[in-house]
Ligand binder design. Structure first.
Ligand code: CTP
Length: 432
């Protein structure tokens, strides 16, 4: 086992003196109240792997609120926010640093995949209710034994052996989100499923456990997965864990899909380079995955998951396959732009991911994004009304025509636009 003195030294090296002083302060205050404090969960796991400063979670054996408020009163400038519903608190320091505090607890799951009922408990019991051994370690902040390492389930050895192991046989049935959490940890830390944990995963899948999970809980985990830096590795693991059906019912050949996703990521990088201030949701990857799925199945999923912009994604799914042929037929730049405009931004990027960088479709899409998307008509509604056109739907049509004319290079400024309107018979040739 790691001695407390060694942990102490490692904490100082990795996290620095300033944070260590804060942890000593909290540990002393918690001990004075008779409710010891511990570092727990992901931050201990990351600390053992010497990963960059993680988010810090503290477990308190007792009243969280009392500890957080005492810290706020005694430690310079720390502000405390208490959330009675969850029994958790956040301590925020003036320099922006924050710590999350939660009460040590045990969980009881009234039914598979249901939300748990919780009860206060001691640290050992709090550790065993957790998802994996690598997340079930703690470090004491008590002044008497600061740095004491609690690892009752062998998390450190599992981490060294690169093994992902649940703490009890009911873990995945209690909370199926743990399966996707596990997959994320496996990808992030290159872990293998330990043999009996693999058996439990297979058993949970046989029981179709994900069907009991709400769309919101499932989507949250899938979204985290799609956001992983090493997405190709994540999708490969998804296949190895037999979890592809969560994303789409029809099987996919992983290699070609991964190639497309890598291509899509090239386009996303291209987009960020040219439009650094524009936000892009991860729907482009999702679209690449859902595309050419059985339409009703994709639609059902998108209704079930609370995907941001799900409505646009559905529209894209219906339109994506038609666009390339329509682009080939489009005779004017304005017709090309209208086709691109009929897709959402993620839809455009998903389409580009289907073609090599040098393909005419890729060039056309990039040209639309760079040159055509931001183009406006040189005359706006007010200008047209000042020229004598009445407000109403007709005015809207004229504005759209002007926009197309600009795209087609027929006009470039207010004067050429005015002349164009005269040539079209929209404005009289002699104006008052
Ligand atoms: N946890 C759990 N079961 C879950 C979610 C969380 O047992 N379904 C426990 C784990 O012990 C985990 C801790 O709660 O370590 C904190 O969860 P979270 O902050 O979601 O994850 P981290 O492990 O901190 O990992 P990350 O680096 O992704 O934040």
């Amino acid at each position: 086992p790691l001695p407390a003195t060694q942990i102490h030294q490692m904490l100082r090296q990795q996290w620095g003196d300033a944070l260590l002083r804060r942890l000593h302060g909290i540990g002393r205050i918690a001990a004075n109240l008779g409710t010891p404090a511990y570092l727990v969960g992901g931050c201990v796991r990351d600390f053992l792997q010497n990963h960059p400063m993680p988010d810090i979670d503290l477990a308190i054996e007792g009243d969280v609120r009392a500890v957080a408020e005492a810290c706020s009163a005694e430690l310079s400038g720390a502000q405390c926010t208490y959330h009675p519903y969850f029994g958790t608190a956040i301590l925020r320091y003036p320099d922006g640093f924050q710590l999350d505090l939660a009460r040590c607890r045990i969980e009881h799951y009234p039914a598979p995949a249901a939300l748990p009922e919780v009860q206060p408990a001691a640290i050992q019991a709090d550790l065993i209710r957790r998802d994996f051994t690598i997340n079930a370690m703690a470090i004491s902040l008590d002044p008497e034994k600061f740095g004491e390492f609690l690892d009752p389930y062998g998390g450190r050895t599992d981490l060294q052996r690169r093994l992902l192991r649940v703490l009890h046989p009911h873990s995945f049935l209690d909370d199926p989100t743990r399966i996707l959490r596990g997959l994320r940890f496996a990808v992030r830390f290159q872990l293998q499923l330990e043999a009996s944990t693999r058996g439990l995963l297979e058993e949970a899948l046989t029981q179709n456990i994900f069907a009991r999970l709400s769309g919101a809980r499932l989507w949250r985990e899938l979204k985290y997965l799609l956001e992983l830096t090493d997405l190709p590795a994540a999708l490969e693991e998804l296949g190895a864990w037999q979890l592809w059906p969560l994303l789409r019912p029809t099987p996919l050949e992983v290699e070609p899909l991964l190639a497309k996703i890598r291509r899509g990521q090239q386009e996303i990088h291209w987009f960020h380079r040219h439009f650094p201030d524009e936000k892009l949701c991860d729907a482009a990857v999702l679209l690449t995955i859902l595309w050419r799925d059985i339409p009703w199945a994709a639609e059902k999923r998108l209704h079930y998951w609370p995907v941001t912009d799900g409505r646009y994604i559905l529209n894209d799914l219906h339109r994506l396959s038609e666009i390339p042929a329509a682009l080939a037929k489009a005779s004017h730049p304005s017709a090309v732009a209208q086709l691109w405009e009929s897709l959402s931004l993620p839809g455009i990027l998903a389409l580009l991911a289907e073609y090599p960088e040098t393909d005419t479709i890729t060039k056309s899409g990039r040209y639309y994004l760079l040159k055509q998307r931001g183009l406006t008509s040189p005359l706006n509604g007010k200008d047209l009304q000042a020229m004598g056109l009445a407000p109403g739907p007709q005015l809207g049509k004229v504005l759209r025509h002007l926009h197309d004319a600009r795209l087609d290079g027929a006009i470039k400024d207010k004067e050429t636009a005015r002349q164009w309107l005269i040539r079209q018979g929209i404005l009289p040739s002699i104006q008052p």
